[in-house]
Design a protein. Structure first.
Length: 180
């Protein structure tokens, strides 16, 4: 179910999880966490992409487990700053194939080692537009918002304009973190 449909009916409780980062690439420890969180009956669990896309290869796998084994809606984070159009198409197809209907579109952080190619996307709004064009109606797209103003915005008014552009590009709901 798309998160936008759930939000029409009620307020929600959700969790955000991070794919484990270790040298071996073993993510098995996250499944204990998902098992424990599932007992709390969250409305959805979002899965991060990792700083600079560092653990992006695990996002689809973990989101699929949440959705298809625990029957909890999953929201896959998808960052675009270091992704090519073909990478985004591939990940979206994987999400679709795994019945994941919800994407949190994010620009993401610039990679520490710099960009390895010319940017395909500069902002999350461009990612939303691209996904909507290539997968019309398949995903509920969302965006991040910043109650205290995004750190790169020059002022609140500019931040609100950028937020409106994100919504106009397809974000059906906005999410922020109230706990860190």
């Amino acid at each position: 179910m798309k998160i936008s449909e759930i939000l029409k009916k009620k307020a929600t409780i959700s969790f955000e999880i991070f794919p484990p980062k270790n040298k071996e690439g073993d993510i098995s420890s996250i499944y204990y966490t998902i098992e424990e969180l599932s007992q709390l009956n969250p409305d959805f669990i979002s899965v991060t992409y990792g700083a600079g896309g560092s653990t992006k290869g695990k996002t689809v796998e973990i989101a699929s487990t949440i959705k298809n084994q625990y029957n909890i809606e999953a929201v896959a984070h998808l960052t675009c700053i270091s992704s090519t159009e073909s990478e985004i198409l591939d990940i979206c197809q994987q999400l679709k194939d795994n019945h994941i209907e919800n994407i949190l579109s994010l620009r993401g952080d610039y990679p520490q080692d710099g960009l390895q190619h010319e940017l395909s996307f500069h902002y999350a709004k461009e990612l939303n537009t691209f996904i909507s064009q290539h997968f019309p109606g398949n995903f509920c797209l969302s965006g991040a918002c910043y109650p205290e103003v995004h750190q790169e915005a020059s002022c609140l008014e500019d931040d609100l304009k950028a937020l409106k552009e994100k919504v106009d590009a397809g974000a059906q709901y906005l999410i922020t973190q109230i706990f860190f």
